[in-house]
Design a protein around this ligand. Structure first.
Ligand code: NAD
Length: 307
């Protein structure tokens, strides 16, 4: 397999992990970020990856957008959703005529943001279950089995996406090119809207939510609202699959703090707009009531504004 040129826009937990594993597999990777602490740590000590394959330190190129010059084969966006637009604006000079863009970010509306920077025929979107934590600047932790699914936005079969999927597979990040990737995105949105916003508002871990009968019932009721909106969008989501995933998380992810809870505790903005916010707006278009999702949206917005 010939080496791909891959730039990662947003080199936090996910971006560092994907970039690091792709570099380890022999691809030419550049990490692009605006956090001077992360940039300094990776420049001085390399990137430390700890996953099921062990612990190792990799030397990787990392820079702020204005210092990057490579127009890569793939620009993979891994900022939090509310930073996508600004990040792409500062990386516009890196999007060459052949550069393809990929978003594996959580939530809805990622494709629309990418479409203001490239034609749909050069954009892929997808969903990943890879978990990653930036435990310290320059140190990323991941574990367990995962899958990533991606599809070109215009539905075309694209040799470049096949090549990227092959590169991810070889790097230990199982990936399939899947026409149903949008279904997978919505099923994960249902999961995240339920667990992220409920854990955020109640300040409970996933296990803490699962230990309360009311928490379990509410999580499933919220997910059902989101899945009804997905069905109105014409997507063949499988409600029983999502409910089973939620039960599994409630039973087995005891101490996990979803990112929205972590963000609220750290007084950072959350991805609520691309989760509950986006669902509420799409539901309105279809005339569907999503009272619980809407209430959680308002509660998280209020929590974000707390001093
Ligand atoms: P993160 O906060 O760890 O990383 C985001 C990075 O983007 C940060 O390093 C930040 O400095 C950088 N950034 C912010 N503004 C930027 C800009 N203008 N230009 C360049 N970089 C900028 O977030 P994460 O956990 O890696 O999540 C990234 C995305 O992946 C989110 O949409 C998240 O929901 C999704 N996701 C996360 C996980 C996970 O386990 N962490 C799993 C699946 C999906």
């Amino acid at each position: 397999m010939s080496a791909l040129r891959i730039s990662i826009l947003g080199a936090g937990a996910m971006g560092s992990l994907f970039g690091g594993l792709l570099a380890e597999a022999g691809h030419v990777v550049e990490l692009i970020d605006v956090n001077p602490v992360q940039i300094a740590a990776v420049r001085e000590h390399g990137l430390l990856i700890r996953n099921d394959a062990g612990e190792r330190r990799l030397t990787l190129a990392i820079m702020p957008p204005q210092e990057a010059t490579t127009q890569p084969d793939w620009l993979i966006v891994f900022t939090k959703a509310m930073h996508t637009q600004g990040a792409l604006e500062s990386a516009r000079h890196l999007i060459g005529p052949q550069t393809r863009l990929l978003s594996l970010q959580n939530g809805l509306g990622n494709a629309e943001k990418l479409m203001t920077f490239a034609d749909a025929s050069r954009i892929a979107i997808g969903m990943t279950t890879v978990p990653a934590d930036l435990v310290a600047p320059g140190e990323v932790l991941s574990h367990g089995q995962s899958k990533t699914r991606a599809v070109m936005l215009d539905g075309s079969r694209d040799a470049a996406l096949d090549a990227l999927a092959a590169a991810l597979n070889a790097a230990g990040l199982p990936c399939t090119v899947d026409p149903d990737a949008v279904v997978a995105i919505w099923e994960k949105v249902a999961f995240n809207v339920a667990l992220n916003s409920l854990c955020g508002v109640t300040q409970r871990t996933v296990g803490g939510l699962g230990s309360a009968a009311e928490g379990r019932r509410l999580a499933h009721a919220v997910a059902s609202e989101v899945l009804a909106v997905a069905q109105a969008e014409g997507l063949a989501v499988l409600p029983e699959r999502t409910h089973a995933t939620i039960d599994h998380a409630l039973d087995h992810h005891g101490g996990h703090k979803p990112s929205m809870l972590q963000d609220l505790l750290a007084k950072r903005p959350t991805e609520i707009e691309t989760l509950n916010g986006a669902v509420v707006r799409i539901a309105e278009k279809h005339g569907i009531a999503v009272a619980r999702t809407e209430a959680l949206y308002a509660l998280v917005k209020m929590a974000e504004q707390s001093p």
